[in-house]
Design a protein around this ligand. Sequence first.
Ligand code: ADP
Length: 455
Amino acid sequence: MFRRILIANRGEIAQRIIRACKELEIETVAVYSAADADALYLSQADETICIGPGPSAQSYLNIPAIISAGEVADVEAIHPGYGFLAENAHFAEVCRECKIHFIGPDPETISALGQKDNAKKMAREADVPVVPGSEGSVDDEAQALTIAGEFGYPVIVKAAAGGGGRGMRVARNEASLINGFHAARAEAQNAFGDSTVYIEKFVENPRHVEVQILGDMHGNAVHLGERDCSIQRRHQKLIEESPSPSISEETRIAMGEAAVRLVKHSGYHNAGTVEFLMDKDDSFYFIEVNARIQVEHTVTELVTGIDLIQEQIRLASGEELGYSQEDIKFQGHAIECRINAEDPSRDFQPSPGLVEAFVPPGGPGVRVDSHCYSGYRIPPTYDSMIGKLLVHRSSREQAIRTMNRALGEFVIVGPKTTIPIHRAVLDHSDFQSGGHDTGFMERYFGSVSALAGLR
Ligand code: ADP
């Protein structure tokens, strides 16, 4: 097992990794940018190193600065968290060259699965159903029109290097496809430095259901059940839960098995997520693999009792999984609400600045993962997520009630937050019945007037 780990991230996930390390009695080295100098979690790390100024290109994405910090601090491994360098195959490669363990899959696997069109190819090979679409990249307008003609509209143009919902455009006819093709390419180039796009059939109002997997370096892999992430705004997740409220036992088993097949086929090790879209007939289609820990891993931790960050560290050190699929037991129902410093009544504009008061909820079944505190100043430089509120209860109905209670208790004075929108979603009969899909937010909260009155 490792003696000392560097955490190449910030915010709640850096804090989450420090917590896991402390319980494993592993020393932590936290790196930070000048914009994060007053982050409280830094005081929980054994050592802290400033890696550059605020802009992430010069700090959290600055590979030489992070590797030098790791060498100076004499760490054996680096945990990348999510975002930033977490799915950067080049970074994983540099770690390997510098003889520092990267806590995640091999660079070869990251790069093979990171190109989403290639990941779909691997899924097909592993007999995992995929959304119908182009077999690889689509390079010009004419090709885009031919493929869309073949599969029929609507289609979605997606960035091969995509993430965070960027570089995606839905097209319902030829004119919007031509526009969408160029817009998606430009956005992809801007966001990922790679303009490659591919096309797939747009599944109308699907559910987003994903499977958490764990694999070791010895060929063993299991899944830890599914998470339903259908409450999304502009393809970004807002609420996640496990188990999915609308999946049959048969589909659940088939989806878990499909995820494990893909993991084994791709030689994947460490923690990862296999994402699927599910249509109204319960058919599911692979969309992508997230070769890292995800924000919503916490939901799975609650229903399985498995500490996923500790498992990541253990598996990266070469240990065997040590349990099989039958050993994994699922208990109760977990829901997570992402608390973002955003103003729902102003089109979810970021709302950074001073947090005058921060009083998180507590009581039975409540977990809060947040790096925020009273007096903290949210920097405008990074993403707006300031915490995750989770509940774990014996049933979904009970979990919704506890979540409502906890959201009501949560005091955040200063920035505007997504708490009012969560309360409104939880109150909605479509969410309560579990019959909702990814179109939910647009349908009920897509207009300015629907958001204006939220408190
Ligand atoms: P990213 O990597 O940017 O998160 P994903 O491929 O995971 O992109 O897709 C994010 C979301 O976009 C999905 O959860 C779903 O809501 C929507 N989406 C993606 N592909 C399709 C599709 N073919 N049909 C319908 N919706 C889609």
